[in-house]
Design a binder for this molecule. Structure first.
Ligand code: G4P
Length: 193
């Protein structure tokens, strides 16, 4: 709880609200990284999912990687990230899904090597932002294609008013967000209590 309040204070102090219901947090999460804050986020995610027998942390490039690394380090687990562009590093058994980005209004493919997520894994999905939930749905699709078990999702900042988190919770997916914004106007934010 103390940590969650610290994250909310950081969002209030440094977050900038942009047109299109976008919260800019480049000063600590999306471009410059506050390493101590990210370490604390990773520790909190590890605490939330303790005892869930997680074997892999899964995220999506690029902004999810820092928080996923912090969580993986705290849990002593490898981190796998879905790629948005095919590369020569990806070959053989590839798991793919399509994600529609509401923020960028375009559909893109995500790809993970089937060597890194398998039916022996219990996966925790970690990401920096949750809006409509399309990125999470794509990652969950990949976990299902691999035949792996899903422990749940852990997110730094959820925009609760965009509904993606609650939609997944209603389907029985465990979604833990360290800060949930329920209301955002041009100059104010309200967190879920
Ligand atoms: P969804 O996955 O929840 O449906 O959201 P959406 O498609 O709208 O999100 C697309 C991208 O925008 C994601 O990053 C997501 O993390 C980011 N995003 C969504 N809302 C916000 C916001 O209010 N503030 C910030 N800073 N980011 C937001 P991405 O396109 O995958 O890019 P990357 O930054 O991970 O490389």
């Amino acid at each position: 709880m103390i940590f969650i309040r610290a994250l909310e204070q950081k969002i209030l102090a440094e977050g900038k609200i942009l047109p299109g219901e976008v919260l800019k947090v480049g000063s600590f999460l999306n471009q410059q990284i506050d390493t101590k804050l990210l370490k604390d986020m990773g520790d909190e995610i590890a605490r939330l999912y303790e005892g869930n027998n997680v074997t892999k942390v899964l995220t999506i490039e690029s902004s999810g990687i820092a928080i996923a690394y912090a969580a993986g380090l705290a849990m002593g687990l490898p981190v796998v990230f879905a790629k948005k562009h095919s590369s020569s590093n990806l070959s053989g058994n590839i798991l793919t899904s399509q994600v529609y980005s509401y923020t960028h209004q375009q559909t893109y493919d995500i790809m993970v090597s089937g060597d890194y997520i398998t039916s022996n894994d219990t996966v925790l999905i970690v990401d920096d932002f949750l809006a409509k939930g399309n990125a999470l749905k794509g990652l969950i699709d990949i976990v299902n294609q691999a035949g792996a078990k899903l422990a749940g999702c852990a997110i730094a900042i959820e925009k609760g008013f965009q509904g993606g988190g609650d939609e997944l919770r209603a389907k029985g997916v465990r979604v833990e967000s360290l800060a949930i914004i329920d209301k955002m106007t041009d100059d104010s934010l309200e967190f879920r209590s």
